[in-house]
Write a protein that binds this ligand. Sequence first.
Ligand code: ADP
Ligand code: MG
Length: 259
Amino acid sequence: MATSDPTVKTTQAVDETGSGTDRILQTRNLRKQFGGLTATDDVDFAVEAGELRCLIGPNGAGKSTFLNLITGVLEPTAGSIYYNGSDITDLESHKRVDRGISIKFQVPSLYQEFTVRQNVRIPLQRVASSSEYESRTREILQRCNLEGEIDTVASSLSHGQQQRLEIGMAMVLEPDLMLLDEPVAGLSVEESADIAELLTSINETDGVAFIVIEHDIDFVESIADRVTVLHQGGIFTEGTIEDVRADPDVKRIYLGEEH
Ligand code: ADP
Ligand code: MG
């Protein structure tokens, strides 16, 4: 029967990510080709509810492509994405957001000419009534340690403050799964530590699951439960940061990048 909602509670989606499982996300044979180039190569990948996973791998490994498939920014060539008991492979991106998948892109997406308060209002309008705006805004800003900046224009914030604001704005929608593409790229050690603390706190206090793409291995070590290494579009290995760090094959693929 035809339905306007392309989400289907298939047996497989329920079996793999339904309420009787620990998993929130599972991909099966997920594939993305750009012409003759296979950027995502039949990936089976799972995340548990409340887990903080980091995705690492050399440049061009397919990390951003993979994240964009999960958010629906890109359409897969083949394969399936199961989330919270439903098959979301064909679901539009904004509907995935409504279901609790939130993304923070590699490029900042704040309205630079708006104040912090005005930026926070954008996601708030989707979930709160106007009488709640002020209190919810303050709550969110307290969470990302930006209370003092409520009337500051976004373009005047430091890079680290902008990143924290974007993460706070993503939290307004109360996601179950947050996806971040290189959240500390270009940040100082102190700014990165602030982001690490914020992500860990959201993960531990709110039970939000994360997939975080990051190059900075010290940052990864400071936040990750488990690490997945992507290489040439496929999963190269998975394990704890200690396992991955000690793996000579992982060192080899990173070194290969420089040759
Ligand atoms: P990473 O984020 O790990 O650096 P990407 O996912 O950005 O890697 O890219 C994986 C591969 O897919 C690269 O070879 C890249 O050039 C290619 N690619 C990514 N996006 C596109 C696109 N829109 N069109 C064509 N090729 C792309
Ligand atoms: Mg990338």
